[in-house]
Design a protein around this ligand. Structure first.
Ligand code: FES
Length: 213
């Protein structure tokens, strides 16, 4: 059991109405009891105040700004809910500059279909230059290894979670060259137009690539 007395917790809890909100009264009691350490923000979709009825990509950064302790990037974020809800949360947090390994998800969706791994249109080997603020790495990536797997084989540990193109934890930006993805259930067309790619399902095609962490 986690027993730190210094941890601050903010629960953003989305429900259809108060009557159906599991542990509604108990959570209010806990928030009363631990005033300085536990805050619960109920978002009720049947409420008249539409600004706080549903969590979305506008409201989430506002809540983070309001409740984050110190620098938002130093906080940990946990999300659980339907697939599209968690995807929105992860993307919104990543757009705020929160590192993928500071975002934890609880996946309970059992309806996901298995992914059939497709073959990229170019399976030749290509050089990958990977730049972070501190370092630059170079390695070769070639099918059947994804960029993530090729990096790992070269001792470079990139962030990831699902390894199936479904969570967005491995998203990075490709600034030069082309990356083909065998599956993508996270990035929007606008994300892709901005060069975002998923390394866990990504393969360099038609030449060498440069990606930024
Ligand atoms: S690790 Fe989940 S999308 Fe790549």
């Amino acid at each position: 059991m986690y027993t730190s007395v210094h941890t601050h917790i903010v629960l953003v809890y989305s429900n259809r109405n108060r009557n159906e909100t599991v542990f509604y009264n108990e959570l209010i009691e806990l928030a009363e009891k631990f005033k300085n350490r536990f805050i619960v923000e109920f978002l009720i979709s049947s409420d008249f105040d539409l600004s706080k009825a549903r969590l979305n990509k506008e409201l989430l950064p506002e809540l983070v700004k309001q409740y984050a302790v110190g620098n938002a990037a130093d906080n940990l974020f946990y999300t659980c809910g339907p697939y599209s809800y968690m995807r929105m949360v992860v993307l919104a947090l990543e757009e705020m500059g929160i590192a993928a390994d500071s975002i934890r998800k609880e996946n309970f969706n059992t309806e996901l279909k298995p992914i059939i791994k497709a073959i990229p249109p170019d399976i030749a080997s290509h050089k990958v230059v990977l730049r972070s603020q501190e370092k630059e790495y170079k390695f070769i990536s070639q099918y059947p290894d994804t960029i993530l797997q090729a990096a790992r084989k070269n001792g470079i540990n990139l962030p990831y979670s699902c390894e199936t193109g479904r969570c967005g934890s491995c998203a990075v930006r490709c600034t030069n060259g082309k990356v083909w993805m065998s599956n993508n259930e996270v990035l929007t067309d606008a994300d892709i137009a901005n060069g975002n790619i998923l390394t866990c399902v990504g393969y360099p095609i038609q030449g060498d690539i440069i990606i930024l962490l």
